[in-house]
Design a protein around this ligand. Sequence first.
Ligand SMILES: [Zn+2]
Length: 117
Amino acid sequence: METEAVRARLLKRREELHTRASSARADLRHESDPLSADFAEQVTQRESDEVLGAISESAREELRQIQAALRRLDEGTYTACSVCGEPIEEGRLQAVPYTDRCRRCAEGSQPGPRRGP
Ligand SMILES: [Zn+2]
């Protein structure tokens, strides 16, 4: 698994989604709104929520998954299925680089970890 290539791909995709979110947000908000310094700070703190609020649910979900995938890359658990712990098929990771589940678990009806009997 070429994890650096995967990371580059995920970062690029995240950038695309952020760009899309920023332009969507600019459409929603009047750029000329006067903001006090304090309010601007609060806005900065809430920036990410606001950005995510401006894009579609599916794009938001994809961003979440990309963030999680990047974290798993850092932790070295990227190729392990988060549900059953088995390695995720490489072909599947190439098709869906932000997935955290092997094919079998992804096709299972119920999401979320299942542990024990
Ligand atoms: Zn699995």
